[in-house]
Design a protein around this ligand. Structure first.
Ligand SMILES: Cc1cc2nc3c(=O)[nH]c(=O)nc-3n(C[C@H](O)[C@H](O)[C@H](O)COP(=O)(O)OP(=O)(O)OC[C@H]3O[C@@H](n4cnc5c(N)ncnc54)[C@H](O)[C@@H]3O)c2cc1C
Length: 291
């Protein structure tokens, strides 16, 4: 696959805004995220503070974003990026067996509602996985646990049930779960999950029980930024940036909720625009070092 100018990770207001600006500036780009865009956009809630579109519902805003992407001929690559490595003059983005390359990077991954579980980050790749599509084949015929933070993760649990010997699903939300009978659904609330650890098998220690499996899939909308991009400077759940939305890694920019509060669409869209313009300047400096 060809190396693009800009990889944008995230299909919320920040990532979409960055993609529109990058496209306007004639840069080649890939926009990674969900085909249905951000779960935070498409709700019934009314948004009253987005300039130019008054009193719009989340669903209407989502439709407007999708229409604009189509008009600008910007496809969404519907994959979850699980690791990103800075290779000096380019970035390698991994999604399971697939690798993508870009000269610079914009992170627009939003913030995850749930905190990481003690023992989770240390065991990624060693019995904890963030991506069912990527890692299911490693656990073919073996028992797995799935901690799902939103209803859309049920699709991943269903897929795992076709591959793994047993699937126990722990929904971290309150809406009803719809899964095949072969999947054991265990309503274990987030506050009851104490830690994940490796003791021959992976174990999940809860307040009143211990569960064992070969792999624990932790499925959230976003992976913590420090986990996603090794070496990235973070402060708590947020990526540290300056006013140009540059991070501590040359060629890596960030925008939206992932850079900190306030969590607002208009702030996310504005930062996406700034990040894309900064990425364009960065590429121009690389291409024309004398000017
Ligand atoms: C119920 C609700 C109501 C709200 N109402 C308002 C309001 O009225 N006004 C307002 O201004 N704000 C409101 N907000 C806040 C607003 O939704 C957020 O500020 C905004 O969505 C942030 O946009 P973002 O692009 O930074 O992140 P997000 O919208 O969170 O989008 C991030 C995207 O990145 C994707 N992603 C993350 N990690 C990866 C990865 N590794 N690989 C691929 N894709 C990835 C996610 O799937 C998601 O699509 C509301 C939020 C909620 C939850």
């Amino acid at each position: 696959m060809d190396r693009v100018d800009i990889a944008i990770v995230g299909t919320g207001a920040a990532g979409i805004s960055a993609a529109l600006t990058a496209k306007n500036r004639n840069k080649s780009l890939m926009l990674f995220g969900s085909g249905s865009l951000s779960t935070k956009i498409g709700g019934e809630h009314r948004i009253r503070n987005y300039p130019g579109i008054s009193n719009v519902t989340g669903i209407e805003l989502q439709q407007a974003f999708r229409k604009q992407l189509e008009e600008m001929d910007i496809p969404v690559t519907d994959v979850k990026i699980t690791s990103i490595y800075s290779m000096g003059d380019y970035f390698a983005l991994q999604s399971g067996p697939d690798l993508y390359e870009a000269r610079c990077l914009i992170l627009a991954t939003g913030v995850s509602a749930g905190k990481t579980i003690p023992g989770e980050e240390e065991n990624v790749g060693r019995g904890v996985s963030y991506c069912a599509t990527c890692d299911a084949s490693l656990y073919r015929g073996r028992p797995v646990l799935v901690i799902g933070y939103s209803k859309k993760e049920e699709e991943e649990a269903r897929f795992l049930s076709e591959v793994c010997s047993s699937v126990t699903y722990l929904p971290q939300y309150s809406t009803p779960v719809h899964l095949p009978q072969s999947v054991t659904v265990l309503p274990l609330r987030p506050e009851k999950i104490e830690r994940l650890a490796q003791e021959k098998k992976m174990l999940l220690q809860a307040a009143d029980q211990t569960l064992y499996a070969d792999c624990i899939f932790v499925l959230r909308d976003s992976i913590s930024p420090g986990q996603l991009v090794p070496g990235l400077a973070t402060e708590g759940a947020h990526i540290v940036t300056d006013r140009s939305m540059s991070t501590n890694i040359p060629g890596c920019f960030a925008a939206g909720d992932c850079t900190g509060k306030p969590y607002q669409y208009v702030k996310a869209a504005g930062e996406g625009n700034v990040a894309a313009l900064s990425a364009v300047s960065y590429l121009d400096r690389l291409d024309h070092p004398q000017t």
